[in-house]
Structures are given as structure tokens and as C-alpha cells.
Design a protein around this ligand. Structure first.
Ligand code: GAL
Length: 369
């Protein structure tokens, strides 16, 4: 097993990409035998959904920008978003195979169902790099965050939020992500490793398509079952669902919200952290993940094996393949104490966007300016 990286070291490692260390320069150097392709390449990018704002706001534009930089503006990114529909993603992938793109970056809606398409790409000679979620089938590499660490950070934060009075009879609700997303399983595992024995998991849900409205409906059911005043905290696997959970609690008449976790540092999530409605989120440096993905894709197409290997030094196993070359980027807990040092410092959100009229006072109190 790979070694865990300390959580504290990562907050602003954003700029530390391999390119910065001079490891990856796309223009011909002596380190590789005759590159097969020049800069005129096409990268297919398949992203899974739009319910979460990260994909259109960050992943897509950052990958596009980095590919342009690496190819002197000659490379093209062909982008398709599946809107949480696995069949749609399979046809989008087939289209990219038919169009003979040079490489595919695939963030799977359903990591198992897409394996046949990965196989087809392989047969067509198109390398596939799994992006963020580990697709099954013969992928060439994987770039993601340390997803089990994400869950650990969430679980640990929930324990912190409950404070020294924490009691193993404290009832919490677990709102996990989509059952077709392998990350969701890892988030859950990581969280359970911190929560088991410390609290009682009164209800646990897997949320179809990661949709906030599904989380809201499940939360409403949990409230009926457990009682609105008996919920000590809610584990929410991401920010979008935390929004749905809060709506359900408010609709049930809860005024003093319990601690609720999240993930993705979405603007709405960060604002709820500022106002105190949401306890925490997990900040994942999208630029770090997306830039590395672009670097891997270009290195792969151009047969720059040394650069490619340097970008994928970890190893992971999928249900179908073992020892897949990978890069797993670390993450950090985002609470009201480190908003300036994380999302603002890395240019993910501007103070002006966070601190709108409604949040002005809370921002002033937290010195967000
Ligand atoms: C996960 C991803 C998260 C989030 C979630 C859907 O696979 O790692 O960052 O996007 O899907 O909201």
C-alpha cells in the first residue's frame, strides 16, 4: 500500500506541478526516442455530470488551458459531459473512438459499465487515462485525489465538531455518494475508519447520481425515522448534497443545524461555511489534478515515456486490473479558519464572490477580505 501524506503539507502545493520542476517540457528534448506525434493532437475529455459545478468551472477549462500550453496552441480538447447518464457517456466515448482522437481522459459516470468502451478504445489504439474516478477495463493510467484520505478528513472533522462530549450513542446520518462512482466507496471507507465506535450511524444512504434533491429526500426520510432533535451530525460526502440536507432539516423545522460535512469547496458550500450552516468541506486542488491529467495525456500521445512515468509514480488496483500507474493528489480540510489560505490563495474563489451582501458580516468576523 502507498503511504499516506500528511494532510497539513498540501494546502498550497498548487503551483508545484512537474512542469514547474522542469520535468515536463513538451518541446522535443533528448530524453525520449522519436516522439510519435507532434503538437497537433486531439485529447478527448469525458466528464460525468453537471450537478456539481467543479467539472464545467474547473476541470474542463484547466485541462484545455494546459493542453494549449503544452502544444503551443496546436492541440485540441474535445469535450463531452454525460449529465450523469452512463449510456450517454458510452456513446460519447464511441464517437471519440470513431473520430480517432489521440488519447481519452475519462471520468466515468459508471466505472464498471464503461469497461467495454475502454476495451474498444484500446483495440482502436487509443490510450485511455482514467480521470478522478477509476474506470474498469484496460486503462493506461489514473490521475485522482487520495480519495480515502478525503473520507478520513471528513470523518475526523465530524468527530472534532462533536467535541470532547462525543458519545458513542450520538446518532449521525451518513449521506454517501453515487454507488456507480468508486470514489464514493472510498470516501465512505475513509470516513467509517474515523467514525466507527465513536458515534452511532443511525441511517446510511448511497445517493443516486450524487444529486442534491435525492440527498434531500433521503434526509427527510431519516428525520422522520430518527426524529429531528436526535441527529447529532450529518456526514455528507459532498457540498451539493450538504445543500439538499440543509433544506430537509430546515423544512422539518430545525433551527440549530447539526455539524454537516462536505467536499469540493463549491462556492455555495464555502458561503455556508462562512455563515456557519455547514461545518466543513474538503478542498481538492483542481488545478493540480487537471494540469497533471493534461500533462499525462500529452506525454502519452507524444511517447514521452520518461515524463509520463514521472507523472504516474503511484500504483493502484481496479477490480479488473492490477498495478495501474497513478498519481494521487493530496487534499485538505476546509473550515472557517483556512478559507483565505486555500480557495482564495489558489484563486479558486474570489473574496468578492464569497462575501456577497448576505455574508458580509460573517466574512468581516472571519477576516476574509
Ligand atoms: C466524485 C468526485 C468529487 C465530486 C463527486 C460528485 O467522484 O471525486 O469531487 O465531484 O464525484 O459531486
Amino acid at each position: 500500500m502507498r503511504r499516506r501524506i500528511a494532510i497539513s503539507v498540501v494546502a498550497s502545493s498548487l503551483t508545484l506541478s512537474l512542469a514547474g520542476c522542469g520535468v515536463l517540457e513538451a518541446t522535443g528534448d533528448s530524453s525520449d526516442a522519436s516522439p510519435t506525434k507532434g503538437n497537433d493532437i486531439t485529447v478527448g475529455l469525458l466528464l460525468p455530470e453537471t450537478a456539481n459545478s467543479r467539472y464545467n468551472d474547473f476541470d474542463h477549462p484547466i485541462i484545455e488551458e494546459r493542453v494549449a500550453e503544452l502544444t503551443k496552441n496546436q492541440g485540441e480538447v474535445r469535450y463531452a459531459n454525460a449529465d450523469a447518464d452512463a449510456n450517454k457517456q458510452a456513446s460519447q466515448m464511441q464517437q471519440m473512438i470513431d473520430e480517432q482522437v489521440d488519447v481519452i481522459l475519462l471520468d466515468a459516470v459508471d466505472s464498471h459499465a464503461i469497461a467495454g468502451s475502454v476495451e474498444k478504445a484500446k483495440e482502436a489504439g487509443i490510450p485511455v487515462i482514467a480521470y478522478d474516478r477509476l474506470a474498469e477495463g484496460p486503462i493506461d493510467a489514473y490521475i485522482s485525489f487520495d480519495n480515502e484520505l478525503v473520507g478520513e478528513v471528513q470523518g475526523r472533522s465530524l468527530v472534532d465538531a462533536l467535541g470532547p462530549e462525543i458519545d458513542s450513542s450520538d446518532k449521525i446520518v451518513m449521506m454517501n455518494g453515487s454507488p456507480t462512482d468508486p470514489n464514493a466507496k472510498q470516501f465512505k471507507q475513509g470516513a467509517l475508519s474515523e467514525l466507527t465506535g465513536k458515534v452511532t450511524i443511525a441511517q446510511s444512504f448511497d445517493t443516486k447520481d450524487w444529486k442534491p434533491e435525492n440527498a434531500q429526500a433521503n434526509m427527510a426520510a431519516a428525520i422522520t425515522q430518527i426524529g429531528k432533535d436526535n441527529i447529532a451530525a450529518v456526514y455528507s460526502a459532498n457540498d451539493g448534497m450538504a445543500g439538499g440536507i440543509i433544506k430537509a432539516l430546515e423544512a422539518a423545522g430545525v433551527t440549530d443545524l447539526p455539524p454537516i460535512t462536505g467536499q469540493d469547496a463549491e462556492l455555495a458550500g464555502v458561503q455556508r461555511i462562512v455563515s456557519g450552516e455547514q461545518y466543513m468541506s474538503v478542498y481538492k486542488s483542481y488545478p493540480q489534478e487537471a494540469q497533471a491529467a493534461a500533462e499525462m495525456a500529452v506525454a502519452k500521445v507524444q511517447s514521452r515515456d520518461i515524463q509520463f512515468d514521472a507523472l504516474a509514480r503511484d500504483r493502484v488496483d481496479s477490480p479488473t486490473h492490477k498495478g495501474i500507474p497513478a498519481q494521487l493528489v493530496s487534499v485538505v480540510a476546509l473550515t472557517r479558519d483556512n478559507i483565505m489560505d486555500t480557495v482564495v490563495a489558489d484563486g479558486i474563489h474570489k473574496v468578492a464572490d464569497i462575501c456577497t451582501a448576505e455574508y458580509e458580516d460573517a466574512c468581516a468576523e472571519l477576516q476574509i477580505k
